[in-house]
Design a protein around this ligand. Structure first.
Ligand SMILES: *[C@@H]1O[C@H](CO)[C@@H](O)[C@H](O)[C@H]1NC(C)=O
Ligand SMILES: *[C@@H]1O[C@H](CO)[C@@H](O)[C@H](O)[C@H]1NC(C)=O
Ligand SMILES: *[C@@H]1O[C@H](CO)[C@@H](O)[C@H](O)[C@H]1NC(C)=O
Ligand SMILES: *[C@@H]1O[C@H](CO)[C@@H](O)[C@H](O)[C@H]1NC(C)=O
Ligand SMILES: *[C@@H]1O[C@H](CO)[C@@H](O)[C@H](O)[C@H]1NC(C)=O
Ligand SMILES: *[C@@H]1O[C@H](CO)[C@@H](O)[C@H](O)[C@H]1NC(C)=O
Length: 575
């Protein structure tokens, strides 16, 4: 139920049954309802401007070139800086349509969603001679298909009228099978590149990145859960375990490695390009599949990041072997980190780090790809802004967690500068240089799958009410299902957890679910006391409370505190 509906219901109750007006029925009117309505409409228009132009000028090719109103078959170019091995024969896979489906579902456009699903069901094939980047193809294509399949078969949202069976899942399975040869290495770490028709090419490069090996588990795991075929999840899990086994004694990973030898090539790393989604996927795999192992991995990795990469509210890069700082640079991709911190419950740290990214956004009007922290200036060559979503994503998570209206203003400033600087007649164009606002002829598919989606969800989260999703690194929602959790560890189950026989267990929001390590006594590492990964302060500094909602999460036990009979937050309820 949207806030608007709840308010309408409150009004009726107020009029008819004032004496029965108990707290839960009388949620206050949302003073920001009008702003949210106006802004969600504005974002909806942005999405359709990008989407309609893609459908008109580029579909069924991969991505739109908004300045010339033409197309690019970019799936075979993604992740390929030198644009090598471009296949003349590859004509595109409707990439932007695949990426748009879950956004159409969130916008509530049933007809267009169904039309897209049916077109892909009938016309998409992966039997093409195209060398693609495994990571990019996984997060965009496999993730897009798996998520759309789940949404299309979810009878509660009526997105399809019944002609859809499971064609997208069949396509996803076919794609997953085409991925498997990449994992056929002595280490189990996958090749970065795979030819969809012929498998791993002869003389293929053995270099790949940490995120290339560590960001497959959500999509491939979901595919295994949906098909009952464990090969996909197993391949991704084995790669992730191998990767983790290559960590240094400081629990840090490098950025570039060799899949044949399992040796590091680039020892410097951070939370940005080449590593970012490793952290994201370890945590989200824990949320989606309830794997204890993932939580333990995440906890150690997260604490190492906070210890060796963080400097105040910034994150620099460090050498995995020594922990010594290497590059003092802020990158646009790093802006996802505060969103991840919200999922962990580290809202205070998320808030301060988000403010730094937003500060740089304000300085330029958009976020440059790379900003030199030590010189307080934009990088001489990486001055572009390809419509990236990460700051919007973090803004959405922080608003969900805090309901602080300031984040609604941040979203509005982002929307305004996107419209001002990047909107053209034929869609939305990337920016080549944020200091001159010179444009580039490319609308990346993630603009529709992520940037527009997170900005819309910031103002209209009705899609998430009573539903519990994890978003992949490409913004595709995957539902948190009880049946996908092998077992829910005791410590994560709220004390009042009820499961009525024969019904789905009551879902807790991924955002509000207090995921805490049962084993973690405190976060003392060496002699350094670190900020707890799970700490949420009580609503009031004096720890007084009226209900459990006023209490946070204990930083040492990581358990949710409860409001005692005496009106204080404590770890247990004292009777
Ligand atoms: C790709 O498009 C070109 C030009 O329309 C066409 O000649 C070619 O057969 C197509 N290739 C495939 C594999 O469909
Ligand atoms: C769904 O999308 C199509 C294509 O942009 C548009 O014509 C239609 O009006 C949309 N429907 C709704 C309900 O928004
Ligand atoms: C598949 O593509 C063909 C050619 O573009 C089109 O005529 C057909 O309608 C498509 N199928 C669906 C279900 O949209
Ligand atoms: C692979 O590399 C070797 C050595 O550089 C070269 O002799 C061979 O022709 C290459 N094979 C292919 C198929 O490119
Ligand atoms: C975020 O930081 C600002 C500035 O330091 C502060 O005013 C605000 O209360 C913080 N919000 C949260 C939720 O921590
Ligand atoms: C369980 O506790 C949560 C958080 O305190 C609360 O929001 C929810 O309504 C409770 N559920 C039941 C069934 O009591």
């Amino acid at each position: 139920m949207s806030r608007g509906n709840r308010w309408a219901r409150s009004l009726i109750l107020l009029v008819i049954l004032p004496h029965l007006c108990i707290e839960i029925y009388c949620s206050k009117p949302d003073p920001f309802a009008a702003k949210k309505k106006r802004m969600s409409e504005k974002v909806r228009q942005m999405f359709y401007h990008g989407y309609d132009n893609y459908m008109m000028h580029a579909f069924p090719h991969d991505e739109l070139k908004p300045l010339t109103k033409t197309f690019t078959n970019s799936l075979s170019e993604l992740g390929n800086l030198k644009l090598e091995h471009l296949s003349e024969k590859y004509n595109g896979s409707a990439l932007t349509l695949i990426e748009s489906l879950s956004s159409l579902a969130i916008l509530g456009n049933h007809t267009e969603f169904e039309k897209g699903v049916l077109w892909l069901s009938e016309n998409l094939t992966f039997d093409v001679d195209a060398r693609v980047n495994l990571f990019e193809c996984n997060i965009r294509v496999l993730g897009g298909l798996v998520s759309a399949h789940i949404l299309a078969t979810d009878s509660t949202n009526r997105l399809t009228k019944g002609t859809y069976k499971s064609q997208l899942l069949n396509l996803a399975t076919e794609l997953g099978e085409r991925f498997l040869p990449a994992f056929n290495t002595p280490t189990g770490l996958p090749y970065a590149w795979i030819n969809l028709k012929y498998g791993v090419m002869e003389n293929e490069t053995t270099e790949t990145s940490t995120s290339g090996c560590g960001s497959l588990i959500l999509e491939m795991g979901a595919l295994s859960r949906l098909t009952g075929d464990p090969r996909f999840e197993f391949a991704a899990l084995r790669a992730l375990r191998k990767l983790w086994s290559m960590r240094s004694s400081l629990n840090l990973l490098g950025t570039i490695l060799d899949v044949e030898t399992g040796e590091w090539i680039e020892y410097s790393s951070g939370i940005g390009a080449g590593v970012d989604s490793f952290y994201e996927y370890v945590l989200k795999a824990h949320l989606l599949f309830g794997r204890e192992e993932m939580w333990r991995m995440f906890q150690l990795a997260y604490i190492a990041v906070q210890k060796y990469f963080r400097y105040g509210t910034w994150y620099h890069d460090s050498d995995m072997r020594t922990g010594r700082a290497t590059y003092w640079q802020l990158t646009s991709l790093q802006a996802f980190w505060p969103g991840l911190q919200v999922l962990v419950g580290d809202v205070t740290a998320a808030n301060s780090s988000h403010r730094e990214f937003y500060h740089v956004w304000q300085k330029f009007g958009l976020l440059p790809e790379r900003y030199l922290l030590d010189h307080q200036m934009v990088h001489p060559t990486e001055r572009y802004y390809p419509l990236r979503p990460e700051l919007s994503e973090s803004t959405f998570y922080l608003y969900q967690a805090t309901k602080d209206p300031w984040y609604l203003e941040v979203g509005e400033a982002i929307v305004d500068s996107l419209n001002l600087h990047t909107r053209v007649e034929g869609g939305f164009a990337s920016v080549r240089d944020v200091t001159t606002m010179e444009l580039e002829d490319h609308q990346h598919s993630f603009f529709l799958s992520e940037t527009c989606k997170y900005l819309f969800l910031l103002y209209d989260d009705s899609f998430l009410v009573n539903k519990n999703y994890v978003f992949t690194t490409e913004g595709h929602p995957l539902p948190i299902l009880h049946s996908w959790h092998e077992r829910l560890p005791e410590a994560y189950i709220p004390s009042n957890w009820t499961s009525i026989k024969g019904e789905e267990p009551k879902r807790a929001s991924a955002m509000s679910m207090q995921i805490c390590p049962a084993s973690m006594h405190n976060c003392i590492h060496g002699n350094v006391q670190l900020e707890s990964v799970c700490h949420i302060p009580d609503a009031r500094d004096d720890h007084r409370c009226l209900s459990d909602e006023d209490c946070g999460v204990d930083s040492t036990s990581c358990r949710r505190r409860l409001c005692s009979m005496a009106g204080y937050c404590g770890q247990w309820r004292y009777h």
